[in-house]
Design a protein around this ligand. Sequence first.
Ligand code: WQD
Length: 337
Amino acid sequence: MAVLVTGGAGFIGSHTAVELIQNGYEIVILDNFSNSKPCVLDRIRTISGGDFAFEQVDLLDREGVENVFKKYSIDSVIHFAGLKAVGESVSMPIRYYHNNITGTLILCEMMQKYGAKRMIFSSSATVYGTPKSVPIREDFPLSTTNPYGETKLMIERILSDLVVSDGEFSISCLRYFNPIGAHKSGLIGEDPKGIPNNLMPYICKVASGQLHHLGVFGNDYDTPDGTGVRDYIHVVDLARAHIAALREAETRQGIDYFNIGTGRGYSVLEMVKAYEKASGLPVPYEITARRPGDIGECYADPSKSERVLGWKAEYDLDTMCKDAYNWQKNNPNGYEE
Ligand code: WQD
């Protein structure tokens, strides 16, 4: 039986594919390359020393998705595929709702039709909106501030209704905090299109001289140094959480939710210093205005993931920065086709 990895050529998907293969799983990667490159596939093979099936399919292509379920014996799905740029989602909400929601509905329809009743869903800490306090627990109130986050919350609710209607499903929603870094080989990593929105890839390009300086989005938050605090987690730790979640989902039916973070927050200025130390390169910055929609402080209480999944993040901030630097140094222009 195989695990279908939708979006498996992407940043988190590719790192998870490596871990799945190295843990003996048979996998099928489905990707439409809308935010990834074909060269990633051979790099996954090189790192893992294993092979896998690949299907270039868009989840909106119902016939194409059904053909994948006809062709392979799929019993589980790890669902990464989706548009994920917060700012872009505000400017094109219909595209985000159609792509992320309709794509997931088609996927779930085919899972039910072909008896694949286990799913690990790539959710996000963004479903907590502006938390009432930190650290954040899974039972905190849910709200969103942008269409991207709303698609994640909507999909969680769709999956909850699916489980009520069909008790054979076992589903886990993993709420990611801030994934950064790269596999230690430097062969796979984060490859944002154009100017990065997220902090770490932006810092990497400033340090490498590709961008002039970092704009620090506000230093007047209620945090130790006034800059935004987030729970940064190594992408390999995040990938390993999916293996743990898959194993746990095999033991029960129903749906559950897990925070995937380290439980430790770092500020923007702490990230700048950490990257300078890890890379030996300066990261010039200027304090600028707050970014609309940003919150001051967000970090996880990961104790439920540790208790129920038997998973805990292992890599520290220095390793996250060293691995991010190694990826940037070996791939200054990302995955060049
Ligand atoms: C981190 C911190 C910024 C860039 C987003 C999405 C979330 C998830 C992860 C998908 C904040 C500051 C950033 C810059 C800065 N994505 N910053 N200058 O906003 O916490 O989360 O990515 O699931 O859904 O919302 O991550 O990396 O954009 O920002 O000062 O040029 O760095 O203000 O404090 P964020 P981020």
